[in-house]
Write a protein that binds this ligand. Structure first.
Ligand code: ZN
Length: 143
């Protein structure tokens, strides 16, 4: 097992623009700022959502599309690591509807920002490269 110790690098607070794709905005931000490892928290609201649910029998993500006028991002969190040598965002999201009911999943492209404020923490000292894991059929960090 590799040493997993990291130290804190840069800290970013940022807001993603109205009408933009949330996952693409996150991905663009980490690429522009060359963040190779880290994690983030984010709150706000979206006008449309697409989340994934991993079907472990079929080894594919089922896409769940949610159309609503507005949903609160009660929480979105995730991590940043390397995939094919490039910064890669893995994000999950929990949304609340007008009744306060929550649902969520693996954040996919197609989730559209109404407002989004993010805290992004860079980690330095070790890079985390995603590699294919035969057991789950997912690209995971090396154990
Ligand atoms: Zn996921």
């Amino acid at each position: 097992m590799k040493e997993k110790k990291t130290t804190q690098g840069r800290v970013f607070l940022t807001r993603f623009a109205y009408g933009k794709d949330l996952l693409k905005s996150l991905q663009a931000f980490v690429e522009v700022n060359n963040i190779k490892a880290g994690f983030f928290f984010l709150i706000g609201a979206v006008t449309h959502a697409k989340v994934g649910y991993y079907n472990k029998e079929k080894n594919v993500y089922k896409t769940i599309e949610i159309n609503a006028q507005q949903m609160e991002i009660t929480n979105s969190s995730g991590n940043i690591s390397l995939k094919d040598g490039k910064p890669f965002v893995h994000a999950h999201i929990t949304l609340g509807d007008s009744e306060g009911k929550a649902f969520g999943g693996h954040l996919q492209e197609g989730t559209i920002v109404f407002a989004a404020e993010a805290y992004i923490q860079e980690l330095v000292g070790r890079e985390f490269e995603r590699v294919f894991d035969p057991q789950t059929k997912l690209n995971l960090w090396e154990a």
